[in-house]
Design a protein around this ligand. Structure first.
Ligand code: ATP
Length: 297
């Protein structure tokens, strides 16, 4: 029995650090280049495994060098990769240019992630065995929908991070138990820029909503209950990339352990706050003892 199955993307982030990003036709000398395992699916799997969950990832990597590195990075954090397929062709990549003012420009090439447009035989059984299915939108929508439907058939809790932001069919939202957009994603889904109003609209289709608000924390809303605001921890943020995925991974672990939502949200905020204090998405994700220690203090 697995606690958490993640159905989603794996990308190698190719990150260039430069004083000022080049304009079209311009060549500049950068300061540093790093390859960092990423992709929202792999990020959430990594965060949940480090937070103490028993986690399995359904996804696809290419048969290139990045594919092997992405697989071993997941395994290193304790994620079961038996259902991570290796397909012909390149792995997904995200080409990221970070300038000295913290601004970034990103080109994502889906690569192997684009082959995940359906569930494979056996995936439904893997999902049925879990408590929670984590979904995001970096793989083709038909697979996300198939995963949500499979989870619903087997009474598995579904948690959707609607990123990258895009309008979604009611059929998908209707198969989700908890949706966790950031402010921008909540606005894209509902047309409302006020997070409370956006959460109210989402509650028509999804029973529970958490809107993450960056350094302002998060807002929880459920049908028939007063919304709850959970503050973020006051920390010096170095790099907030992956904060949302760390938050969702830890939240899924806490809810799977039967902790009440306010407690689970407070614990997930500790995990996310720890991750923003260090550079890099997956590399900055905290392990359970560190989260517990921060929570206790
Ligand atoms: P990303 O796309 O960078 O992964 P996101 O936009 O999905 O992030 P955010 O709303 O930025 O998600 O952050 C998720 C959670 O992380 C917040 O609800 C908060 O608990 C925590 N967090 C984010 N930024 C900070 C910060 N500067 N200080 C403390 N906690 C933070």
């Amino acid at each position: 029995m697995t606690d958490i199955v993640v159905l989603g993307s794996t990308n190698m982030d190719l990150v260039t650090y430069v004083e000022k990003a080049p304009q079209r036709g311009e060549t500049v000398t950068g300061r540093e280049f790093r390859t960092i395992p990423g992709g929202k699916g792999a990020n959430q799997a990594t965060a949940a495994a480090r937070a103490g969950g028993d986690v399995l990832m359904i996804g696809a990597v290419g048969n290139d060098a990045y594919g092997a590195q992405l697989r071993s990075a997941l395994e290193h954090s304790g994620v079961d990769t038996d259902d991570l397929r290796t397909v012909e062709g390149p792995s997904g990549t995200a080409h990221i240019v970070v300038d000295d003012e913290g601004g970034n420009a990103i080109v994502v090439i889906p690569g192997a992630n684009a082959t995940l447009d359906h569930l494979s035989p056996g995936d439904e059984g893997v999902i049925a065995d879990a408590d929670t299915l984590l979904l995001q939108l970096e793989i083709p929508l038909p697979a996300v929908l198939a995963g949500a439907r499979a989870a619903r058939r087997h009474g598995v809790r579904t948690v959707l991070t609607p990123s990258p932001a895009r309008p979604l069919p009611d059929e998908l939202l209707g198969a989700i138990d908890l949706i966790v957009p950031n402010e921008h994603e909540a606005a894209t889904l509902t047309g409302r820029t006020d997070p409370r109003e956006a959460a109210g609209v989402l509650l028509d289709l999804v029973p529970e909503v958490v809107v993450t608000l960056g350094a302002s924390g998060s807002l929880y809303a459920a049908r028939g209950a007063e919304p709850l605001t959970v503050p973020a921890l006051e920390v010096t943020a170095v790099d907030s990339t992956g904060a949302g995925d760390t938050f969702v991974g830890a939240l899924a672990v806490a809810l799977g352990e039967g902790r009440p939502m306010p407690d689970a949200l407070a614990w997930a905020s500790c995990a996310a706050a720890l991750s923003v204090q260090r550079e890099g998405a997956t590399v900055s994700m905290p392990y359970r003892p560190e989260i517990d220690e921060r929570y206790a203090s």
